[in-house]
Design a protein around this ligand. Sequence first.
Ligand code: CUA
Length: 321
Amino acid sequence: MAPGLWVLGAVALAGCGGDHSVVQPKGPEAARIAALSWFMFGLAGVITVVVFVLLAVGLFRRGSGEADPRWWRPLVIGGGAVLPGIVLATLSGLTVWALSTDPGSEPGEVHITVVGRQYFWDVAYEGTAAVTANEIHIPVDTPVRLRLESTDVIHSFWVPALAGKVDMIPGKTNHLTIRADEPGTYRGQCAELCGIQHANMALEVIATPRAEFDRWLTNQAREAAEPSSATEQRGLEVFTSHACAGCHTIRGTSAEATVGPDLTHVAERRTLAALTIPNDRAHLQDWILNAQSVKPGAAMPDLAMSDADADALVAYLSGLR
Ligand code: CUA
């Protein structure tokens, strides 16, 4: 095989493991898709072998006289029309089954609205004040009904370990049920080209035992922590007097804009800018001052402010747990 093909094969196989594997399902929706994938792979393998055997027979029988219409007519009609018809109808039925989302309602289920935005995910928990971004916490072994929406362009919600892709279309609400069999962190990715930072529009679904989820949700529903030092107080003033408050909400303060992510509990998140950078003080400061270098094309502008103001702002935001 040419070296290029080896590289191509290695790259293709690399997609079979890791965070985005569709053949390592961690929930029933994804398990149906994985089962369908294996079935199609097996069926395609059998059909390929049969076709190559028939091809070989044809080649070796070349020149051995007239073909006998008693067997080639049923072969052409059966193998060329009837069998493909049966195979395609079966696969269509199985695909509808694999992609159907359970519409039932179960006690304890969780309802979440996820809105795709250029380039992050707004995550609101129905029945509570909790709004977060880019991290969807869910209780394990519980159906989670997602309402998927967009306010700008078409995005696509895809967490391969838990379910198939569903587009998020402006003006339309799509529905998806996810359910995680075991605790864990499952990476997701926007799967529809939505602009320059499409590749940096990732998310995490974090599945935890119910009690832990309930504690997390109760905390997320609270208003923001009060500043606990003079520096943090200064940071809050910087936030509300600079451009920050023109785009973000911090519940419990005068900042109530909804252009960017809700920052009420931003320090609880593992990453910033939809998994682009880790959420620590150094990266937060860099993000505030140089967002357009970190994620060019994101709606977050480079904020011109003094180092002292930036330090105070970072101190304040880092306390929002
Ligand atoms: Cu959003 Cu791609």
